[in-house]
Design a protein around this ligand. Sequence first.
Ligand code: PLP
Length: 381
Amino acid sequence: MLPFIRSDLAQLTAYTPHPNSTDGKPIESVIDRLDTNESPYDLPSELKQKLAWIYQEAIETNRYPDGGHAVLKAAIAEYINESANLTQGAIAPDQISVGNGSDELIRSLLIATCLGGEGSILVANPTFSMYGILAHTLGIPVVTVRRNSEFEIDWVAAQAAIETTDNPPIRVVFVVHPNSPTGNALTTAELEWLRSLPEEILVVIDEAYFEFSQTSLVGELSQKPNWVVLRTFSKAFRLAALRVGYAIASSEITAILEKVRLPYNLPSFSQAAAILALQQRDLLLKTIPLICAERTKLTHALSQYSGFKVHNSAANFVYVQSSHPTQANKLLATIVQQLRYSGTIVRLLSGGLRITVGSPEENSRTLARLEAAVKSWEALS
Ligand SMILES: *Cc1c(COP(=O)(O)O)cnc(C)c1O
């Protein structure tokens, strides 16, 4: 134990992007990485060449990046208005804050609202783990409520938690729309509850999977001074390697986010890539209908197994639970392990498999490997 380190950090475990990835190498040489919800498609080579040219000719590596992100924010605002069918200018560049991945923005929001004993956060599990992890690193208490069998938030319990939690009170509610790992979009009842929350509570709506769901709440931001929408370039825009996320909110909220962030949080190359991705959005987002069609195929194929409960997803992944009466957890753990050995990496999260929708080839390999894993489980039991 290091004597100068905060004692509450000793209990924390770091986020592991690929758990168990060291215990035994898969035997296949082709590894299908379907565990982190990235796009299966790299940037097209002509865009990589363009970016390489920008790096060569336009980026001075001895100079700090643009710390105000002006060009990028203007391009993001235009894309938001276009994709939400708002009039151009409805969302203005000063309503955008850009982060080194949306993870940075989650942390900035926590710093701006709850740090120093000022507040707790509320999440409904299972959901994206980073809200809780980042809160804990900042010493911020996390209040959790559950979801029903269709993964709708138990908002009655959430409301009760908000009314009874003090010292510190709940200041932020985090929701994902559609949720990860379960893939369900917010329902009318959940939305009504979020709309009813008082202005003393910040509502963070994480739309990391917006391009797949095509449902967004940005149109309501103008009436909601206590709402923030988060988006990312890591999923549909195929830029996970370059770490760019953004927050959309009132200009008052974004001014605070600008205050708490590090001055040069986004490297020049990442800014250039995000700007290029937005300029070429028609090309890059062409893969979305294909991924959604593959999602449907994967969902149907998985539903053929009587032992699985497959959930409909509005995102680029599918969540599968086991309906085995006594050995559900063991069955899923065995399948994850078998899939790994045969070359497909998926994640076991909150008692279910989360399988990212890959390319058609990856998905058919995954289904074949799953078939084999289920057969060998049945042979053994
Ligand atoms: C993938 C994901 C993100 C994106 O995080 P980045 O830091 O932008 O890569 C944010 N929220 C959720 C719910 C996600 O699944």
